[in-house]
Design a protein around this ligand. Sequence first.
Ligand code: FE2
Length: 211
Amino acid sequence: MRIPKETELSKNRAPNRPIVAPKFHHTTFTTLRLDDMVAWYCNVAGLTPVYHGESAAWLTNDEANHRIAFLSPPGLKNPVDKPHTIGLHHTAFEYADFDAWMYNYVRLRDSGIVPFLTLDHGMTISLYYADPEGNGVEIQVDTFGDWSKSKEWMSGSLEFAEDQLGAHFDPDKLVEAWQAGLSFEEIHRRTRAGEYAPAVIPTDIFLPEVY
Ligand SMILES: [Fe+2]
């Protein structure tokens, strides 16, 4: 088959033709603590290693061959002031339903793993954890249960335009409300209204210092 020249192609293309976008696939971290990182992501976000070698590992928790990978070549150094350095703030995983999200919070809390930041952003309720090397991991649940609706709310609502951070909350107060039988919608409404605010409201969103 003859491959058309760029000039020939250009003539036939609308100037505002849609870009055919590749799908987002995975994030790769360098690490000094390969085995700890693998174990932590397996525990917190239900990943399993597809391949776990001596100096690298590839993990997934869905049909993709990997979603999170770790490389641990010789010569890596600890970061300096990572929380206040530009770059990746967090990766995120989403539960499809509120009960599963709550169960995961309780399971992790009972094993001593708690979030450093908790926010009801409006379109998601989000728990932010720090992995063993201080990278953020958000575990969220979509409050609309529908990406098209949550996307529309982000782009079109006055509420999000006025406040993109949302309401801080004490996750244990959500557990209490959940165990008392309140619906997800009601818990979300009350969280947004500040009824489950933590005793101390964080003043920033910086990652915790690990190194
Ligand atoms: Fe996020």
